[in-house]
Ligand binder design. Structure first.
Ligand code: 48F
Length: 275
């Protein structure tokens, strides 16, 4: 009896060609961008979403296969995440369902909140490069202007066969959204350019305000956002409450958008004065 196929006839070579050509085409385009966000946790995704929405060419680099960082798991492996006012405005904006537990205190399902935020960043046009680890910074004339990166798998390979050189991406700005370890600012620290005191003890109230207040440039071309801010400035940790992460990402995006507008205006002026 003749078999009636359900799916369109597509061969193996076609599948491989589609993956390689699409990936490389996009990769070539994103070798130079406006902003590279390192880390796809809640702060990085929020910043990427706002920047991409405003038209900035935005790349997010994530060392894991999955995106979302600590936003999936809530606290104590219980998949609920909490937010404090005024973060409900962002929850509404991203259509994340939430429940008010007490005045100004909200709770959501972390898988639902996390997947909505990932989708919002992708829908806005942010380009995601996952399974890729940023291992250093490109620095020119005392300003960060790109990252050095390699497949995450390379760092798990035995040294004997793991000697694989990285590649570099260039951008106008870089954001360290790598969470508690502040891995990207760490590359400046290990060269003695700055020192990081590390996180202080838990204090939710102080931490959320402090992280948002201190979100911003830590070095020319490099912004620090999310929990990395606490590590860089010695602020208290905050535990499984996420309003600070979303507002930090939003603030960082606002700073980056303004900064890139200024850079473009300055380069247009220089061009006009040369003409
Ligand atoms: O840790 P993470 O979720 O950072 P965040 O946005 O949010 C912190 C909260 O999740 C929570 C908290 C407050 O609510 O205490 O912990 O500040 O996400 C950081 C992401 O960065 C990736 C890492 O895999 C994670 O997904 N990452 C870390 N180092 C690198 C990296 C690196 N060198 N290259 C690429 N990605």
């Amino acid at each position: 009896m003749e078999r009636k196929a359900i799916f369109a006839p597509v061969g193996e070579a076609s599948v491989t060609r589609a993956i390689v050509s699409e990936f490389l085409g996009e990769f070539l385009d994103y070798i130079e961008s406006d902003v590279i966000v390192v880390g796809a946790g809640p702060s990085g995704l929020m910043a990427a979403r706002d920047m991409a929405k405003s038209g900035l060419k935005t790349v997010v680099i994530e060392s894991h296969n999955y995106l979302g960082g600590g936003f999936w798991a809530g606290g104590y492996l219980m998949n609920k995440v909490t937010f404090r006012a005024p973060t409900e405005d962002i929850l509404e904006e991203l259509s994340i369902p939430y429940k008010e537990i007490e005045p100004g205190h909200f709770v959501s399902d972390s898988p639902h909140a996390c997947s909505k935020l990932i989708a919002a960043a992708c829908d806005a046009g942010a380009k995601i490069i996952n399974t890729t680890r940023v291992e250093d910074l490109v620095v020119r004339e005392d300003a960060v202007c790109g990252v050095v990166m390699n497949w995450s798998a390379v760092s798990y390979m035995p040294k004997a066969i793991g000697c694989v050189d990285p590649v570099m991406l260039q951008s106008k700005l870089v954001m360290d959204a790598t969470g508690h370890h502040a891995r990207i600012v760490g590359h400046l620290e290990r060269r003695g350019i700055l020192t990081m005191p590390g996180e202080a003890n838990m204090w939710v109230d102080r931490s959320e305000d402090g992280v948002v207040e201190k979100t911003g440039f830590v070095y020319p071309g490099l912004l620090v956002i999310g929990m990395a801010v606490a590590t860089v400035y010695g602020l208290p940790r905050m535990g499984p409450t996420f309003g600070g992460m979303l507002l930090s990402g939003r603030k960082a995006a606002r700073i980056a958008i303004g900064c890139i507008k200024d850079m473009e205006a300055n380069s247009a002026e220089t061009f006009e004065s040369k003409a």
